[in-house]
Design a binder for this molecule. Structure first.
Ligand SMILES: C[S@@+](CC[C@H](N)C(=O)[O-])C[C@H]1O[C@@H](n2cnc3c(N)ncnc32)[C@H](O)[C@@H]1O
Length: 248
């Protein structure tokens, strides 16, 4: 969908589907990574969760947005993680940042120091802010991971494949990136959109699908986009998770 003018808007089925995937993924990612992080003495004792396109924090009819999905999944988890989860929220639009800030300020999690740390939402461009976060860690020789970056853009060109590569270069870092096929697909033959699509893909390889059709086109396109599948084909690419499997 295109960006609505309103600060908050109706949750579409695909938003709910993303929230479901995010919630179920976090339920497993949080205890596994917290356990490994403690066992291996990783980091200065925190898990990092970054929502790069945080939105206003809720949809109409009080449907929780992705920041609240993550916060509530962490808070209601039955496991004691032993390390806090640091939550960084990034949003470009000022009205949505303000709305998000007020939701966070009222949220009971504010008082629950220990399990989660919610940083003040950052107003800015996702890619720039994440690059800065990574720069700061590199300059001070601190690990970025364990970290999960949720990149839930509206269309397909709000961040580059370069951002994903930069994230995956760091150990124990993962990206959940969303790209809207329905918005992209009709524009594949429009040359004015090619720069944006190539930015999302990190090259022109995607153009090989223009002449294809149907399921073959979708699957080939997904294969070209999906960095883990590409890494699996070439395990020496950076970003391989170097941690051993979770302990008992
Ligand atoms: C699909 S919505 C996010 C919805 C949110 N993740 C949720 O599920 O509740 C995308 C959001 O990203 C914001 N946005 C657009 N471009 C951005 C950018 N370059 N950096 C950060 N946020 C951006 C939009 O204002 C919008 O709120």
């Amino acid at each position: 969908m295109a960006d609505p003018k309103e600060t908050i808007y109706d949750a579409e089925p695909h938003s709910r589907a993303k929230h479901h995937i995010l919630r179920e993924y976090l339920k497993r990612w949080l205890p596994i990574l917290a356990n490994q992080s403690r066992r291996l003495g990783l980091n200065d004792g925190r898990l990092l969760y970054v929502d790069g396109f945080a939105g206003a924090g809720e949809f109409t009819n009080n449907i929780p947005g992705s920041p609240l999905v993550a916060i509530e999944t962490a808070l209601t988890h039955s496991t004691n993680f032993h390390v806090p989860i640091q939550i960084k929220l990034i949003e470009l639009r000022d009205d949505r940042v303000q709305h998000l800030r007020s939701l966070i300020a009222q949220h009971p999690a504010r008082g629950q120091s220990g399990k989660i740390i919610i940083d003040d939402p950052i107003k800015g461009d996702c890619e720039q802010v994440i690059m800065q976060i990574i720069d700061e860690h590199e300059k001070t020789n601190r690990r970025v991971g364990p970290a999960l970056f949720f990149l839930d853009q509206f269309g397909y060109s709000s961040f580059s494949m370069g951002l994903i590569h930069r994230i995956l270069k760091h150990d124990v870092c993962e990206a959940f990136s969303y790209l809207n096929w329905n918005l992209l697909h009709p524009f594949m033959t429009d040359a004015t959109k090619h720069t944006g699509i190539s930015k999302a893909f990190g090259g022109d390889e995607w153009k090989a699908v223009i002449g294809l059709s149907g399921q073959e086109k979708e699957e080939r396109f997904r294969d070209i986009y999906n960095p883990p599948r590409r890494r699996a084909a070439n395990p020496m690419r950076p970003g391989t998770n170097t941690l051993p499997p979770p302990g008992p």
